[in-house]
Design a protein around this ligand. Structure first.
Ligand SMILES: [Zn+2]
Length: 72
């Protein structure tokens, strides 16, 4: 067994006084600064909309092949 003293241990420890997205120094709620929060929220919303669209599409698609599927 080798001693890995040279390994950077700090890497695994999150700095609570920094935004974990852009590393801006400061105490942020949830560890993320407001601009990044807004960005993430916006992206999440977009993603949800995309998922909704996809689901809608696949539903419609399935609706057209349901008759074929019912056999067998
Ligand atoms: Zn940030």
């Amino acid at each position: 067994m080798k001693r890995g003293e040279s390994l950077p241990r700090e890497k695994g420890v999150m700095d609570k006084n920094r935004c974990m997205v852009c590393a801006t120094p400061g105490a942020f709620e949830g560890g993320i600064c407001d601009p990044c929060k807004a960005k993430i929220r916006g992206e999440a919303r977009e993603q949800q909309q995309q998922i909704k669209k996809d689901a809608d599409r696949s539903l419609r698609k399935e609706g057209t092949v349901v008759e074929k599927k019912s056999r067998g």
